[in-house]
Design a protein around this ligand. Structure first.
Ligand SMILES: [Zn+2]
Ligand SMILES: [Zn+2]
Length: 76
C-alpha cells in the first residue's frame, strides 16, 4: 500500500503528455452520430456517450470535464 504522492514520476503517459480531443467523423463510416462511451463517466457509474475521444489514448471522453480529468488525474 502506498500513499498517494503528488509527484510526477509515477504518472502514466496520458497525464504527462499533451493530448487533444478529437471528434468522430461520420464521413468514414457513413453512420450517424458515432459516439463512444465516456470512460470517466462510466467509471463513476454514469452512462454517458460522447462524440469526442482521445486519439492517443483511444478512449471516448466528454470534452468537459472528463477529457481534462482523464488527462490530469492518475486515479480519475
Ligand atoms: Zn464523461
Ligand atoms: Zn489521451
Amino acid at each position: 500500500m502506498r500513499c498517494s504522492v503528488a509527484r510526477n514520476h509515477n504518472n502514466p503517459e496520458r497525464v504527462t503528455e499533451r493530448h487533444f480531443p478529437s471528434i468522430y467523423s461520420n464521413e468514414a463510416s457513413k453512420k450517424q452520430n458515432q459516439v463512444r462511451k465516456c470512460v470517466v463517466c462510466s467509471k463513476r457509474g454514469k452512462r454517458r456517450e460522447s462524440r469526442y475521444y482521445c486519439s492517443q489514448c483511444n478512449v471516448g471522453l466528454c470534452v468537459v470535464p472528463c477529457f481534462q480529468i482523464y488527462h490530469t488525474k492518475v486515479d480519475y
